[in-house]
Ligand binder design. Structure first.
Ligand code: AMP
Length: 380
């Protein structure tokens, strides 16, 4: 029988951004203590945690200091070096484990894992040499997308290749880093599913979210996705099967493509809370953040039911370029909630916060949140 880690215990979080912040809020609400490790002092999660260790993620001594003060440790993003987590796994339970992060932090390992386990992915080839690239372009044909195996997010480290003559130049522009070449998928829509698993293997799955992106960064997300019930069930079952195959303890978000030719394909795995699950903070019986705490502490999982259809719109630093956004104008809409992450500097492209709106239908929630965001730019 695996023990539960009960309230008043201490939870360690690698990464002090908005995901760690919202997870800290959920943990604090349930009576846990939280310690965050992040390279930047006064990080968003550090502002709400009980304690903050300021150190780079590859600082093994700092990681051990965190481990020695905690009953369980988790990560808010998948690029914490797996070696750091491995170094503390003998001191404290790390959930999800370094093994899960190792798969999710390298696109080649991730796609190999998915393909070898029979999960549907876009056609892909690992690219380690110019010969690999020539062969892969022949097999996959153009258009194709070249992505660095590590370190890419929000569209960074990606090049679309329209003609095979451009492939070598695209790879050079990525510094000849280890890459994958992927078929370009003509998208009908992008969806994602968040699954929670505790140590006992109990599972909970959230409704499917439908996501839109702007400049490769998530722009809006609506839950439940307005798709047919059968497709939604397939997406949820696929996400649960992947979480099981990976033996995730914690959360797993599975980002998927619905292609114009009707395929459901896995794009990416994120073993942590996800931007497309922020809706659950205001509109689900159990938010993804509380569910993370329940899963890693081996508590019973909470209901994933939504009270109402819900949508979020991200607030990027660009919104601040002409001055402070008009918060009052947005909050005049009574179904709208404001979340700001406590980041001091509003840089273009930086996620500063989000708005949430509920509605009678997913579309109504989405339209509401989009108009609330427009109001932020209204002159007073
Ligand atoms: P990623 O960093 O892999 O999540 O990609 C960021 C965004 O780029 C995705 O959300 C898609 O909008 C787009 N994208 C990535 N891979 C592909 C692909 N193979 N085909 C079409 N669009 C893609």
């Amino acid at each position: 029988m695996q023990e539960s880690i009960l309230p008043r215990s201490t939870i360690g979080i690698f990464g002090g951004g908005q995901l760690g912040r919202m997870a800290s809020i959920a943990a604090k609400r349930m009576g846990y203590r939280v310690i965050v490790l992040d390279p930047t002092p006064d990080c968003p999660a550090g502002q709400v945690a009980d304690d903050e260790i300021t150190a780079p993620y590859d600082d093994i001594e700092a990681a051990k200091k965190l481990a020695n003060q905690c009953h369980v440790v988790t990560s808010e993003f998948e690029n914490v070096p797996a070696e750091t987590l491995e170094a503390i796994e003998s001191i404290v339970p790390v959930r999800p484990s370094s093994r899960v992060l190792r798969v999710a932090q390298n696109r080649i390992a991730e796609k190999n894992f998915l393909a070898q386990n029979g999960f549907p992915v876009p056609k892909f080839r690992p690219i380690l040499s110019s010969d690999d690239l020539k062969e892969a372009i022949k097999e996959i044909s153009c258009p194709a997308i070249l992505k660095t195996a590590t370190g890419g997010y929000d569209g960074k480290g990606q090049r679309k290749i329209e003609r095979k003559e451009d492939a070598e130049r695209a790879w050079a522009s990525l510094g000849h880093a280890e890459c994958v070449l992927e078929e370009f998928v003509f998208l009908e829509r992008e969806v994602s599913v968040i699954v929670a698993r505790n140590l006992k293997g109990e599972e909970a799955v959230y409704p499917v979210a439908e996501n839109t992106h702007s400049n490769h960064i998530l722009d809006t997300s609506v839950m439940p996705a307005p798709i047919d019930a059968q497709l939604a069930k397939r997406a949820q079952e696929l996400a649960m099967a992947i979480a099981r195959a990976l033996d995730v303890v914690g959360l797993l978000c599975v980002e998927m493509f619905v292609s114009a030719d009707g395929r459901l394909l896995v794009n990416e795995l994120a073993p942590r809370p996800h931007n497309s699950g922020h809706q659950t903070f205001d509109a689900a019986v159990t938010s993804q953040f509380e569910q993370l705490i329940r899963a890693i502490c081996n508590l019973p999982l909470g209901s994933t039911e939504l009270y109402r259809p819900v949508a979020i719109a991200n607030l990027l630093g660009d919104l601040w370029q002409i001055g402070e956004p008009n918060w009052l104008a947005a909050l005049e809409m009574p179904d709208v909630k404001l979340h700001l992450y406590g980041k001091a500097e509003a840089r273009p492209g930086r996620k500063m916060g989000h708005l949430t709106a509920t509605g009678k239908t997913p579309d109504e929630a989405l339209q509401k949140v989009i108009s609330a965001r427009k109001r932020l730019l209204a002159l007073e």
